[in-house]
Ligand binder design. Sequence first.
Ligand code: KE4
Length: 435
Amino acid sequence: MKVLDARSAELFAQAQEVMPGGVSSPVRAFKAVGGTPRFIARAQGAYLWDADGNRLLDYVGSWGPMILGHNHPEVVAAIQEALQEGLSYGAPTEREIALARLVREAYPMADLVRFVSSGTEATMSALRLARGYTGRELIVKFRGNYHGHADSLLVQAGSGLLTGSGGTARSAPSSAGVPQALAELTLVADYNDPEGLGVLFERHGEQIAAVIFEPVVGNAGVLAPTPAFLEALHRLTRQYGALLIADEVMTGFRLAKGGAVERLGLKPDLICWGKILGGGLPVGAYGGRAEIMQQVAPLGPVYQAGTLSGNPLAMAAGIATLKTLFQDPPYARLEAYGKALEEGLQEVFAEAGRPICLNRVGSMVTAFFREGPVETYAQAVESDTEAFKRFFHGLLRQGVYWPPSQFEAAFFSTAHGEQELAFTLEAAQLAVRGL
Ligand code: KE4
């Protein structure tokens, strides 16, 4: 039996000598599924090739950015053109105007947009802006929602649960190094628990600067918001004068041209973007109506800055990506692929008599290894992660690269077609047998 990952194993050993865990981001280390992470050598369309030369059908897509598939010719050409003019200037450029205008075309409520270099920077800056604009200190996030690694967002529900469902009295850091005093300024509620959110606002509403949420969750695995939850989010933030921040880093430009805001008819005060906005290069952004965004330096007192913000190559990649998406919106095709994938996987698991709950919104999907429904974080974490691990490796052995965690979203792209669908379902059939 050919060792599929000999070179990856060698590289992983070398990587661990020079980088913590041998990776630049924890989820890449395969800790949730075990085994050796595949070191990727190159990518094209829907495929990756790893260091051992194995071709892998990609359902990670760089965790969201690669909605057009890898190395889309329009994006590559745009970067090559920008490259001729230099790499980075630390000065304003025309490309930033062009990309900001494209963002505003998709999100008309965003009067002003500020570019940064990651989703983390986008959400961190949006929180600081909300605190500066409202003069309040508390923020609210939801269990199972991930917004990047800013200190105020690495916070979990504390032990002291408030009366009523979901609301918590004291939060605690979810990472070492986050001060307890800071963590307590972040209240943690349950996603899809409007009552619990109401309890939180009754107790703290006047001190809450903002509520930040994933409009469709990807980071607990995929969770869709209930209408009652969305209604409560909008009503309570309006009622108490808190800002509503939609974290569209993952969903932006993926679920529709105008992301979840368009698809679900949301009315947030601030929006955060990342991933697809850079087309694979480092771009994040935050934006909203002028009266809020005008608080941002150099116009206003809320400071935020970045050496590589608005980087010309990254802007070029983002412009080409959004223009390609806007010129020929792929959302109906992505929906069709997603529906066929979902139905095909349902069939595979039904034939094998295995419980599965497929949560899919557009082109982001999670197969929870448990009976459905899965509408909350608490339900998601009851999944059979051991079965998921075996499924993951079964797929990988067949050349299908699924996200290496039960609590992540899988993504597919415009480069995924009939052939990829058939290949995926065949691999899933074999992987399920091996469960
Ligand atoms: P980045 O700082 O990783 O660009 O973005 C943080 C972020 C913010 N908001 C949402 C909704 C996100 O999903 C993310 C990052 N997503 C993870 C995947 N679950 C990135 C993968 C990783 O951490 O390596």
